[in-house]
Design a protein around this ligand. Structure first.
Ligand code: NDP
Ligand code: GDR
Length: 371
């Protein structure tokens, strides 16, 4: 039975990848951080009681900032495959916490690779690094492919650039089977609530159900190539099954704006909207013009406003990937469209909002967490 170790298993991708590998018959180990509250919500449905014999899903406490801990876990597990998905993954937050972001996202990757080498696992353990389209930042070529030069635009992207190159370097220096997946944005109902797609689907669902009145966003003109996390974790595994390690761009090859994602989400929630102003204009608004199935919305309500707090010191305005190499060499094509993904996310958030609204209507206190 193959063994995989996933850092960031409690995150969006970690949870889908763990499901995928369990289905493939792997024993799956994951690193979770100690938190003051349970933080395993995304993997609770696949959790196995460690007292049960032959459990194939095991969690270890750890942190990418702790070398001895990573080395110990790698020594215990001796995995066939390591998926390094753990990261301070929020671009805007990386401007607030640049040093921590570098420690986790850049040096954390080095720590894992060095531990593989230190333990003599170079020939056994294959390594996947969660690289990112943010490396392209100020884009030098449209669409972006494996050979497009990098121009990172945030402490997050600069840290991920170190991680990208150290992965290449350990492959070239020590013969480790190590590869980078340069993944464009991918989302799902499990996406963190402060990334823009989920912030929109959750905000709109709450507004539709009368739990919130207005959603505040940053740059609505921003363009992204959005895919579904389920499609993308499949590719992470495929990359480690080749004869030779290589780096791949994973994208859909289509882009839409944040504004368009707002329109699609509102429509899914039964609200037709009208936009005024540019995305970067702080007076820009989104107004409901119909709201048939949205009890919380009246015609004329302003449901989205711009808050400059969400503008970034340096913005990545546009990203569009070219997944031709992944298609040609691995036969990978994304199966879920952005429209289908948006519909799934809105349905999931509406379901939650309706349950909250029901509780509220019965006099229970319902608080909606916000950033
Ligand atoms: P999430 O933010 O959902 O998950 C990040 C994971 O990393 C969580 O499990 C988190 O733990 C863990 N983590 C954070 N800090 C540490 C630390 N110091 N030590 C150990 N673990 C830590 O990210 P995604 O699942 O969306 O992304 C997975 C990876 O792919 C990340 O590296 C991200 O940068 C990268 N990526 C993501 C893309 C996307 O569009 N989703 C696109 C390209 C790259 P906790 O749950 O405790 O916070
Ligand atoms: P990104 O994703 O920065 O691309 O990084 P995010 O969803 O945070 O932003 C996408 C675009 O939307 C604009 N935006 C807002 N973003 C957030 N978070 N909140 C807002 O209110 C808002 N309003 C507008 C942003 O300015 C940006 O242009 C994600 C992460 O998953 C990274 O870890 C990953 O590497 C990249 O995708 C690929």
């Amino acid at each position: 039975m193959k063994k995989a170790l996933i850092t960031g298993i409690t995150g969006q991708d970690g949870s889908y990848l763990a499901e995928f590998l369990l289905e493939k018959g792997y024993e799956v180990h994951g690193i979770k951080r100690r938190a003051s509250l349970f933080n395993t919500e995304r993997v609770d449905h696949i959790y196995e009681d460690p007292h049960v014999e032959h459990a194939r899903f095991k969690l270890h406490y750890g942190d990418l900032t702790d070398t001895s801990n990573l080395t110990r876990i790698l020594r215990e597990v001796e995995p066939d495959e390591v998926y390094n998905l753990g990261a301070q993954s929020h671009v805007a937050v990386s401007f607030e916490a640049p040093e921590y972001t570098a420690d986790v996202d850049a040096i954390g990757t080095l720590r894992l690779l060095e531990a593989i080498r230190f333990l003599g696992l170079e020939k056994k353990t294959r390594f996947y690094q969660a690289s990112t389209s943010e490396l392209y930042g100020l884009v030098q070529e449209i669409p972006q492919k494996e050979t497009t030069p990098f121009y990172p635009r945030s402490p997050y992207a600069v840290a991920k650039m170190y991680a990208y190159w150290i992965t290449v370097n350990y492959r070239e220096s020590y013969g480790i089977y190590a590869c980078n997946g340069i993944l464009f944005n991918h989302e799902s109902p499990r996406r963190g609530e402060t990334f823009v797609t989920r912030k929109i689907t959750r905000g709109i669902a709450n507004i539709a159900q009368g739990l919130e009145s207005c959603l505040y966003l940053g740059n609505m003109d921003s363009l992204r190539d959005w895919g579904h996390a389920k499609d993308y974790v499949r590719m992470q595994w495929m990359m480690l099954q080749q004869e030779q390690p290589e780096d791949f761009v994973i994208a859909t090859g289509k882009q839409i704006s944040v504004r368009e994602f707002v329109r699609m989400s509102a429509q899914e929630a039964g609200i037709t909207v009208e936009f005024s102003g540019e995305g970067v204009d702080e007076h820009a608004t989104v107004t409901a013009v119909t709201g048939e199935n949205a009890p919380g919305v009246k015609v004329g309500d302003v449901i989205v406003r711009v808050d400059p707090r969400y503008f970034r010191p340096a913005e990545v305005e546009t990203l569009l990937g070219d997944p031709a190499k992944a298609k040609e060499k691995l036969g990978w094509v994304p199966e879920i469209t952005v429209e289908e993904m948006c519909a799934e996310m809105v349905a999931s958030d509406l379901d939650k909002a309706k349950r909250h609204a029901l509780l509220k209507s019965h006099g229970h206190h319902v608080s909606v967490a916000k950033e």
